[in-house]
Design a protein. Structure first.
Length: 318
C-alpha cells in the first residue's frame, strides 16, 4: 500500500540521517545546509591531496567533475613507457587550447612522479683522480628543492675541484656521511622517473643503478638536440642546451656549479619536450615481459607435477 511504502521510505531516510550524523561526528563529513535538501552524492565533498616529495607542502583542491574521456591522473609505479606516452598524449590533447601546454592542475599526478638530480664530485684516491660524491641536489617536477645536502666522501679529499664543483673545505664541516646520504637519496628516487644531464655520472657517484626505462638523460635526448639545431651525435653540455632552448645562462662565474640550478635546468629541458620524448621512447624501448600473475597464458598448475617436488617430501608422502 502507499502508506507502507511511505513508512519504508521514512525508515530508510532515518537510517541515512543516522549514518550521516556518525560521519559528521567523526569529522569525515562536513554538515552542509538543511538536511535532505541535497543528494548524498552532492553533499560529499571530494578532495585530492598532492604532497611534494619532501613531505612539507600539501596542495589541496576540490575534485572537479571529470569530463567525458578525461584521462586518469594516476600512473602506477610499474607503468610501462608506452603507458606513460599514451598518458602524456591524452593530457596534451586536453591542454589549455591555444597555449597547447599540458595541464598541471590537481588532476595531474606528475609532481610526485618525476624528479631531477645533479651531483657535485670531489677528487679522492691517488692524485685525486677518483670522483666521490660531495653534494647532491634533487628537485621535483615544478623545480622545487626536495633534497640538497653536502656529503662527506668515504676517502680523504685530495682535490676539492672548487672551480667546477663549488665545494670547499668549509662545506665539509656539516656534511653527512656518504652511506647516510645514499640511503636518503635512494629513498627519494625509488619508483620515480629521474631526469638529469649525463646522469650516469650521478648514479656512479651514488653507487647506484636506476632502471633505464625510468631514466631521462638530457645529454642523450635526440628530441632536445633537434630542437636546439645541434647534431644528434654531438656531446652537448647542459650549459649549451640551456642557452639554446631556455635562453638562460648557467654555470657562470668562478665559484663553481650549483647542483640545484643544474637539476632545475635539466627538469626545465625535459618539460619542454616531455610529450614528444615519451612518445619516441615508447617506440624505442623493448616491451617488458608479461607478468606471470597477469598473463592469462601462464598456467601454474604444471608446478604440481612430481618433477617439481623435493625428493624428501615425495618420500615422506608415500
Amino acid at each position: 500500500s502507499p502508506q507502507g511504502r511511505s513508512k519504508k521510505k521514512s525508515r530508510k531516510h532515518q537510517r541515512f540521517l543516522a549514518r550521516r550524523a556518525v560521519l559528521e561526528q567523526k569529522g569525515l563529513l562536513s554538515p552542509q545546509g538543511h538536511l535532505g535538501t541535497q543528494t548524498p552524492e552532492a553533499e560529499l565533498e571530494a578532495h585530492t591531496t598532492l604532497t611534494k616529495a619532501n613531505g612539507t607542502t600539501e596542495l589541496r583542491c576540490d575534485k572537479a567533475p571529470k569530463p567525458k574521456g578525461m584521462v586518469s591522473s594516476s600512473l602506477s609505479p610499474s607503468a610501462s613507457p608506452d603507458s606513460i606516452a599514451r598518458h602524456h598524449s591524452v593530457l596534451l590533447s586536453q591542454g589549455n587550447g591555444s597555449s597547447g601546454r599540458v595541464r598541471t592542475s590537481c588532476l595531474v599526478l606528475r609532481p610526485g612522479k618525476y624528479v631531477a638530480i645533479d651531483c657535485e664530485m670531489v677528487g679522492t684516491g691517488p692524485q685525486g683522480k677518483l670522483s666521490e660524491l660531495a653534494r647532491c641536489s634533487v628537485v621535483n617536477y615544478e623545480g622545487d628543492v626536495v633534497y640538497d645536502k653536502y656529503v662527506r666522501p668515504e676517502l680523504p679529499i685530495v682535490d676539492y675541484r672548487t672551480r667546477w664543483s663549488g665545494i670547499t673545505k668549509q662545506h665539509m664541516k656539516n656534511a653527512i656521511p656518504f652511506k647516510a646520504a645514499q640511503a636518503e637519496i635512494l629513498k627519494i628516487l625509488k619508483d620515480k622517473i629521474v631526469v638529469g644531464h649525463a646522469i650516469h655520472n650521478d648514479f656512479q657517484a651514488l653507487k647506484y643503478f636506476h632502471p633505464k626505462d625510468r631514466t631521462r638523460d638530457t645529454s642523450q635526448s635526440p628530441v632536445l638536440k633537434k630542437r636546439a639545431g645541434l647534431p644528434i651525435r654531438a656531446n652537448v653540455s647542459l650549459k649549451n642546451l640551456a642557452r639554446h632552448l631556455l635562453h638562460k645562462k648557467i654555470q657562470v662565474g668562478c665559484k663553481g656549479h650549483s647542483s640545484v640550478e643544474d637539476a632545475q635546468t635539466a627538469m626545465e629541458l625535459y618539460r619542454l619536450v616531455e610529450v614528444q620524448w615519451e612518445k619516441e621512447l615508447a617506440h624505442s624501448l623493448p616491451p617488458r615481459p608479461p607478468s606471470p600473475v597477469t598473463d592469462p597464458a601462464a598456467d601454474s598448475s604444471q608446478y604440481l607435477d612430481d618433477q617439481y617436488w623435493p625428493t624428501d617430501l615425495m618420500a615422506s608422502s608415500l
